[in-house]
Structures are given as structure tokens and as C-alpha cells.
Write a protein that binds this ligand. Structure first.
Ligand code: SIN
Length: 525
């Protein structure tokens, strides 16, 4: 058994921000199932939103965030994350972090959907995630211990029910055990459980599944953001075309060149994402092909080097100005329910970044708020852990046996295709029930023993868990709000659902729905 002070699972921006703030005081280990640079953060094109411009205000950014999230948020969290985020960004700018600047030296602030003012900081044009990850990695000293290629597949609890370590599975099938009084899940979102997505292939919602199996509460799992514009070729999505491209003036058109957002929303191409994604989806279902017309964008190749490279790789002629697009899964608003420091409902277990549901994003995340959230919660949790009482001697494992090893026959690609079709942009009771019946027919349960399984089978199993949780949440919410659109319940139903969250908590494998008066609905799954 290997002991440390803090185990961080995942290696995106939130994880690195936490590690760099802790490294002076505590022993930190970062465990990642792949390589350190395999993360959604690394791929992020969009940038970091923060009210650092002269005309901007914390209140204005707060208002935009609440509007995009359909007010399904904790308002105090929104306000204080944006306030703290502004300070963090100012200090990163002061420290020389590589944000893009105009020729006069001022910060180049970009515009994205549903923002009322240009406030997005970018690095290297559309390579913000990569630049920021490299910047933070450079601030880490050799004391931070990286473990690559080991998949955390179980959270270990002590006899008091506190999280006190993790078990990992290696490619050769062996198992290792790491112990620490603080375990932080920073594993990112679950976009890769959908066949069409913009995410790193590693973003399979593992942290959510692990926390749920350990008994932590998850919240808002039904809210999934579909990005309107993924490059779409030969029946498959091939990568993200950043909203910043529309921020620079690109238009959404059909094959006749007609603009498809006119008359749909006053912000046209820059309307909230769920509205743009729903429109493109509707047009595509009616048989049209949809394109991003980039001819109004000046210096496209200079501003968007990654997108240019991707388009060239797929033989898209940028001089013709048309990039074929379709929506795909992009961001998971829900996740492990945490407080304002990132603490989950299990003592010793924390969640930061996309894996967490902090109350910031509500029903739909405002573009470029997620890297900001990772930086804020990484810093906040570090402050909390530095002052927390570390009681290493309390670590004593409670090894509860699981049931029999399963036969895993489930096909990962089929699960992803079914998620897209039945739990995708538009859902209904019929489609959700169809998917849940299919999931239930897979002879798996929330208790399935994972020790005997290979890394690959554990991965598929964890995707089954996350897929089930998203589907259960989506079935219960009988309205349409933000990233949850039900064809059988169109429109928001404030009377029944305003500020009500669906919590998913594992309890005796019975499904029980409890309505209470505190704006929460609990499902014991
Ligand atoms: C994008 O570049 O369009 C994505 C940005 C984000 O999702 O925050």
C-alpha cells in the first residue's frame, strides 16, 4: 500500500491548479488512467471567461451565467465563483500567463454565445487548454508524484465511512492500493458516453460512477450540453469547431445559403447553446445539411490554428468558406454534488472541475465558464485542505465483499450510439424507457464486483453506470430546461421544477423517488 496526503484522480486544469497550490505543504499524488495530457482541459479551444475588461462587471457576468443556466443555479455560488475567478485571472495575467493580446498590448477579449460583452481570454488562438495545462505543469515541482496508466476503479472507505484511498487497475490486470486522508476526483465529464462528442476519449464520467458506487450524492445528471458545431463528415463527428468562430462572425447556413438562426433567437448564431443545437438538429432531421459559413471571419487560419489543422486533415477547403457541422455532446452540467469548497457528501472525498456539480452551471453552462470553475475550485479546495486536520492514523479499510464477478457482454459502441439516439438532444419517455430497458437487460448492477475485470471492461462498466444515471435523471424531470429537452414535456414547468434538483444516491438497489419541499428530489437508485 502506498501512502500520501492527497490523491488527485485526473490531470486536467482543476487537478493541476489544486496540485500547484498544495505542493509546498502536502504530499500530492496525481493518478491518471492514461497520459497526463489526455484531458478535456487540454483540448479546450474556447478560452476562459472572466470579467477583466474595463466595461465588464462581476454582476454582468453573473447575470449572463444565470440566464444561460435557466436560473437553475445557486446564485451565491455563481456570484462568488465569478468574483474569485476574476481575481485568479488577474493574478495569472500579472504572473505572465500566456493570454493573447492585441497589437497595442491590451488583452484580446473574445465573444462567445450568450455573453453580453467580449470577455473570453484565449491563448494561442484556439489552443487555450493546451497552453494553460502546459503553463500549470511548468509550475509544479518534482515533489508532485504522477502515476500514469492506472485506472482508479474503486474508492476505499474506512470503518467510519470516510474515503481513505483508491484501488487502481493496471493494463496487466494487477491491482494497486493507494491510501490518503483526502481523495479528490478531478476526472472530467462524461461526454464520451455519447457516440458524437467533442470530448477527450478518456472523458467517460468515471469519477461520477466511482463516487456513486461509494454512496456519494450526484445531482443534475440529466443536464447535458450539446455543442452546436462539431465538424461532421461521412456520418461522424470529427472534432470541435469553437463557438469563438461564430463570435468572430461566422454564420450558420443551409445548403442554399439561407441563415438558419434568423427568427429563432435575437442573438442569432450566438444564442444559448441548447437553442442553436436544437435548431441545427431540427434542420438536419428535416433532411438539410448545415454549414458554418466562415467567409466573414478575417484571418481565420491565424486565429484558429487548431481548427485549420483539423479541417485540412479532413480535406475541407477553407477557401470555399463552408464547414459541415452537426451538434454533439460537449459538457456534463451535473455530477458529484459538492459544497462551495468541493466537498462531496462523503467525508474525505472531494470533486472539482467538470466531474462536480457545484451549482455554477445550472441547466446549461455559459461558454468558457468551465476552465474558470476548475481554477477557482482548485484554489478553494487547496486552501481548505491546507487547514484541514489530517488524520492519517484513521486509515483502516473496511473491505466489504461485492457479489459475483460478472460476464461483461455489453458493447461499448452500442451503448454510445443508443445514448445519442435515445438520451441525446431531444428525449422522451418512450426513448428514455427504451434505453433504460436495454441497460437493465445487461445483467449488471451498481454492486458488480470489478476486481476480476480488465481495465477495458471496467471502463465499459463505469460507462454503463453513468449512462444509467443520466437516463434515470432524464426520465424523472418532466419538463424541458437548458440541456434537457423532452419532446413530451416541451417548455419549462416552473410550478413543478423551478430550482428543483434530482439527486441520485445509491441505497439498497431500490428505485425510490422522494419529493420534498426543499427544492430537491431524491432518487435512491
Ligand atoms: C467552444 O470553443 O466553443 C467551447 C468553449 C466552451 O465550451 O467553453
Amino acid at each position: 500500500m502506498i501512502k500520501t496526503d492527497v490523491i488527485i484522480v485526473g490531470s486536467g486544469l482543476a487537478a493541476l491548479q489544486l496540485a500547484r497550490q498544495l505542493q509546498e505543504q502536502l504530499n500530492v499524488m496525481i493518478i491518471t488512467k492514461n497520459k497526463v495530457r489526455d484531458s478535456n482541459s487540454y483540448l479546450a479551444q474556447g478560452g476562459i471567461a472572466a470579467p477583466v475588461g474595463k466595461e465588464d462587471k462581476v454582476g454582468l457576468h453573473t447575470e449572463d451565467t444565470l440566464t444561460a443556466g435557466c436560473h437553475h443555479q445557486h446564485e451565491h455560488i455563481v456570484k462568488n465563483v465569478i468574483r474569485d475567478g476574476k481575481n485568479i485571472m488577474k493574478s495569472l495575467i500579472g504572473d505572465g500567463a500566456p493570454f493573447d493580446r492585441k497589437s497595442n498590448g491590451d488583452l484580446a477579449l473574445g465573444m462567445e454565445g450568450a455573453h453580453s460583452i467580449a470577455r473570453i481570454l484565449h491563448s494561442g488562438g484556439d489552443q487555450t487548454g493546451r497552453y494553460m495545462v502546459e503553463y500549470l505543469l511548468n509550475t509544479l515541482d518534482e515533489k508532485v508524484w504522477f502515476v500514469e496508466g492506472e485506472m482508479v476503479f474503486e474508492l476505499v472507505k474506512d470503518t467510519r465511512g470516510h474515503c481513505c484511498g483508491v484501488k487502481t487497475k493496471l493494463v496487466d490486470g494487477s491491482i494497486k492500493y493507494y491510501s490518503a486522508p483526502h481523495v479528490v476526483l478531478a476526472t472530467g465529464g462524461a461526454g464520451a458516453v455519447y457516440s458524437s462528442n467533442s470530448n477527450a476519449r478518456t472523458a467517460t464520467g468515471d469519477g461520477m460512477a466511482l463516487a456513486f458506487r461509494a454512496g456519494a450524492a450526484l445531482s443534475d445528471m440529466e443536464f447535458i450540453q450539446f455543442h452546436p458545431t462539431l465538424l461532421y463528415l461521412d456520418g461522424a463527428s470529427r472534432g470541435l469547431i469553437s463557438e469563438a468562430v461564430r463570435g468572430e462572425g461566422a454564420l450558420l447556413i443551409d445548403e442554399k445559403g439561407e441563415r438558419i438562426m434568423e427568427g429563432v433567437h435575437p442573438q442569432l448564431e450566438l444564442a444559448p447553446r441548447h437553442i442553436v443545437a436544437e435548431r441545427i438538429n431540427g434542420e438536419r432531421l428535416s433532411g438539410k445539411k448545415i454549414y458554418l459559413d466562415i467567409s466573414p471571419v478575417k484571418d481565420f487560419e491565424i486565429k484558429f490554428p487548431s481548427i485549420t489543422k483539423m479541417c485540412k486533415k479532413h480535406h475541407i477547403s477553407l477557401s470555399e468558406g463552408r464547414i459541415p457541422v452537426s451538434p454533439g455532446c460537449h459538457f456534463t452540467m451535473g455530477g458529484i454534488m459538492t459544497d462551495e469548497f468541493g466537498k462531496s457528501t462523503i467525508e474525505g472525498l472531494y470533486a472539482i472541475g467538470e466531474v462536480a456539480c457545484t451549482g455554477l452551471h445550472g441547466a446549461n453552462r455559459l461558454a468558457s465558464n468551465s476552465l474558470l470553475e476548475g481554477l477557482v475550485f482548485g484554489e478553494r479546495l487547496a486552501k481548505h485542505l491546507i487547514t484541514a486536520n489530517i488524520n492519517v492514523s484513521a486509515v483502516k479499510t473496511d473491505s466489504k465483499p461485492y457479489g459475483n464477478p460478472p460476464e461483461l457482454n455489453i458493447k461499448r459502441n452500442e451503448l454510445k450510439e443508443r445514448m445519442m439516439k435515445d438520451v441525446g438532444i431531444i428525449r422522451s419517455e418512450q426513448s428514455l424507457t427504451r434505453h433504460l430497458n436495454w441497460l437493465n437487460a445487461q445483467s449488471l448492477s451498481y454492486k458488480t464486483e470489478l476486481d476480476p475485470l480488465s481495465q477495458s471492461d471496467i471502463q465499459t462498466y463505469l460507462m454503463w453506470v453513468v449512462s444509467t444515471l443520466i437516463t434515470q435523471g432524464a426520465l424523472v424531470r418532466t419538463e424541458s430546461r437548458g440541456g434537457h429537452i423532452r419532446s413530451d414535456y416541451p417548455g419549462e414547468n416552473d410550478e413543478e421544477w423551478f430550482k428543483r434538483s434530482i439527486l441520485l444516491i445509491k441505497n439498497n438497489h431500490q428505485l425510490k423517488v422522494v419529493h420534498d419541499e426543499q427544492h430537491q428530489i431524491e432518487i435512491y437508485a
